[in-house]
Design a protein around this ligand. Structure first.
Ligand SMILES: NC(=O)c1ccc[n+]([C@@H]2O[C@H](COP(=O)([O-])OP(=O)(O)OC[C@H]3O[C@@H](n4cnc5c(N)ncnc54)[C@H](O)[C@@H]3O)[C@@H](O)[C@H]2O)c1
Ligand SMILES: [Zn+2]
Ligand SMILES: [Zn+2]
Length: 371
């Protein structure tokens, strides 16, 4: 028995997604669950794949920021049952490898072996196109379709009173941004934090820094609209780095010291270098933005040793999805972080290409598909 549904499929990079009929088995294999999606956000990482900045296999259902309901569970599944509300994780973990056991499940061996190749844990795809061919699912999820078959550890149960559009964003932008500040940078109340890029990820880095009580939060972007949003999410100072000199403004704002933490949430070499260049002695630059394939950066290693600077990467906000997803939903429902204002547009699957046009043009924060 199979389930048929519409999904937005990447047929060729650089071309619009095609909404087409696809199918998957209605009975989950052992260790997997069938999820009926309630909502999916449009993230810039999907856009990297869509425009060909990342080389990905095709045909592929894009989308990796989703929430929904468990429809059926496969043999051996113990942590989920039918009817559970779940947020999907694009780093399903084996819970056994040295990274999982060591508390860094986003680095799980299974992720690099399978999810990163857009396949299930057994190295195969689950979805079939109308012509009978295999269809990849982005990060092993493929949330731009109403159904997904995912490993048990890719579906994290959360409380039922969070609306799906907001919960979906916990599946990428919120966890990535808040986590970059809280988990990766470990922002302290004495820190001045710069967040470079105020889109879905950057605004969450701002509210992550606010959550842990950072002394000052400086937001930089090239769009005044985004900077207005940044103030709403907790920025104490804003810089439009198209018109203003970033390094000079940071120097003014910090009496020449620089910032203790700089989080890059764009994915461009010059802004990663700029984040590193404005660090105070002993400071940390976090690379949360993801660059196009093949991009390199240049830094001065003498300054790095002399001033004990750190440049560190942040994958999925260095999170532990099992505990961080429910925690972030609690923070939201108790009013400590704002997820409502992130959802600037709710759209139908058929309007997905228009949603990506808006993301490209920097209009709004997140467009979210509801099913
Ligand atoms: N590390 C991770 O685990 C992870 C997870 C999700 C997304 N990402 C990456 O994070 C990046 C941001 O994703 P998003 O969904 O927030 O994107 P977005 O398009 O919503 O936001 C990008 C922001 O950067 C701003 N910007 C663009 N060029 C700029 C410049 N030169 N100077 C200052 N600001 C500039 C834009 O105006 C926009 O506000 C992407 O590269 C995405 O792939 C990383
Ligand atoms: Zn994402
Ligand atoms: Zn593992």
């Amino acid at each position: 028995m199979t389930i048929e549904f519409d999904a937005a499929v990447l047929r060729a990079p650089g071309e619009p997604l095609t909404v087409e009929r696809v199918s998957l088995p209605s009975t989950p294999p052992p260790g997997e669950v069938l999820v009926r999606l309630g909502a999916s956000g449009l993230c810039h990482s999907d856009l990297h794949a869509l425009v060909g900045e990342w080389e990905v296999p095709s045909p592929m259902i894009l989308g990796h920021e989703g929430a929904g309901t468990v429809e059926r569970v496969g043999e051996g599944v113990t942590t989920l049952k039918e009817g559970d509300h779940v947020v999907l994780s694009w780093t399903p973990s084996c819970r056994r490898c040295r990274h999982c056991v060591g508390g860094r499940p986003v680095l799980c061996d299974m992720v690099s072996r399978h999810s990163a190749n857009h396949l299930s844990f057994d190295g195969r795809s689950r979805v079939t196109s109308a012509d009978g061919g295999d269809v990849y699912s982005f990060a092993g999820l493929g949330t731009f379709g109403q159904y997904a078959l995912v490993p048990e550890s890719a579906a994290i149960a959360v409380r039922r009173d969070a609306p799906f559009p907001q919960a979906a964003l916990v599946g990428c932008a919120v966890t990535t941004g808040v986590g970059a500040a809280v988990n990766t940078a470990k922002v302290r109340p004495s820190d001045t934090v710069l967040v470079l890029g105020c889109g879905g990820v950057g605004l969450n880095a701002i509210q992550g820094a606010r959550l842990v009580g950072a002394r000052r939060i400086i937001a930089a972007d090239v769009s005044d609209d985004k900077l207005e949003q940044a103030r709403h999410f907790g920025a104490t100072h804003v810089i439009n780095n198209r018109g203003e000199d970033l390094a000079e403004r940071i120097s003014q704002l910090t009496d020449g010291r620089g910032v203790e933490v700089a989080i890059e949430a764009i994915g461009l070499p010059r802004t990663i270098e700029a984040a590193y260049a404005v660090l105070a002695r002993g400071g940390t630059a976090v690379v949360a933005g993801q660059v196009a394939d093949g991009v390199q950066i240049s830094i001065d290693p003498f300054v790095m040793s002399d001033q004990e600077l750190s440049l560190i990467g942040s994958n999925y906000g260095s999170s532990t999805p099992d505990s961080d997803f429910p925690l972030l939903i609690d923070h939201y429902l108790d009013g400590r972080i704002d997820l409502d204002s992130l959802v600037t547009r709710v759209i139908d699957l058929k309007d997905i290409n228009e949603g990506f046009d808006q993301l490209k043009a920097g209009i709004g924060i997140r467009s979210v598909i509801t099913y």
